[in-house]
Design a protein around this ligand. Structure first.
Ligand SMILES: [Zn+2]
Length: 303
């Protein structure tokens, strides 16, 4: 909704400018600021009638500010379309965007559902952390994709449901816009399993992170840098566990233990990292290729 700005008369404008400069000198907020410098640009009124019952002086801008939204977090719903929508519009969990399995296309553009405006918090991340940030609902945009997740086979293996090409196309169009508008860094485009690796597996190993990175969405290591850090070792050769733990923590996985042991929490976190950056094997082993990918990402994004 737009608020009408009032037309200020010449005498009123003069009065407010005189008032504002004298007030600033008296307040002495900055010792170096002279009354002359403190005058707002002539093209803008000193006080604007934006709100009711008071005037706002918007002629100064603080340097100390940043974007409220820093992260985008991707999920699968593990439900069909109807159940996904029912769950995400109920009282428990929610998301900013819901991308159907087979989106409608109108005039060449996908129809994506918005359930929460970006200016509000959606409840999608739960207990979560990344790179020193906690409780990421407050600082992220949530994107849920209708996908059934996985079926656990009697052997204990998980059979994952693939994403449809149309859904991935729609998601990529949405993400490009969300990332550009909110100026989200590549290493802050994340899966739920990245920010809650001890309890979440979505969006799972079939989500095509590499394909999206090729379109300028999210982070991906440079192959030659991975090769350099592999340093002639076989990809599956065991790496020093503490080395992998430290690298993943520095990259953002701040829940990973720093124990030097391949304990359960370490294994789950390494597995989450592998689902994102090496989905062909997400066993959670601390191997040379995993270490090399982590170090290549650090070199590219976390210097
Ligand atoms: Zn999730």
């Amino acid at each position: 909704m737009k608020t009408k700005k009032p037309v200020l008369s010449r005498s009123y404008l003069y009065k407010t400018i005189v008032l504002s400069t004298s007030q600033l000198v008296l307040a002495g907020c900055s010792n170096t600021m002279s009354a002359k410098q403190a005058e707002p640009p002539a093209s803008r009124p000193a006080y604007e009638k934006i709100a009711e019952h008071y005037l706002l002086n918007t002629s100064f801008t603080a340097q100390g500010q940043d974007e409220r939204i820093r992260f985008v977090i991707l999920h699968y719903t593990a439900l069909n379309q109807a159940d996904s929508l029912a769950m995400l519009t109920g009282p428990q969990v929610s998301t900013h965007y819901l991308v159907p399995e087979n989106p409608q296309w109108r005039g060449g553009e996908p129809v994506i559902m918005q359930l929460v405006p970006e200016s509000k918090r959606a409840w999608h991340a739960g207990v979560s952390s990344w790179g020193g940030w906690r409780a990421l609902n407050a600082s992220s945009v949530g994107v849920e994709m209708v996908n059934r997740g996985y079926t656990e086979l009697p052997s204990g293996w998980r059979q994952w449901y693939p994403y449809t090409p149309q859904q991935i196309k729609a998601v990529s169009i949405l993400l490009k816009d969300v990332i550009a508008r909110n100026q989200i860094q590549p290493y802050n485009v994340l899966g739920h399993s990245d920010v809650a690796p001890l309890r979440k597996s979505d969006p799972g190993p079939l989500f095509p992170w590499k394909q999206l990175a090729g379109m300028g969405i999210g982070a991906w290591p440079d192959p030659q840098t991975v090769e350099k850090h592999l340093a002639g070792r076989a990809p599956k050769q065991a790496a020093v566990v503490l080395e992998v733990q430290q690298s993943l923590k520095r990259y953002g996985y701040d829940q990973i233990p720093q124990s030097g042991e391949l304990d359960e929490d370490t294994r789950k976190t390494i597995s989450a990292f592998q689902m994102h950056f090496r989905p062909a094997d997400y066993s959670g082993n601390a191997d040379a290729q995993t270490e090399a990918i982590a170090k290549a990402l650090l070199e590219k994004y976390r210097q």
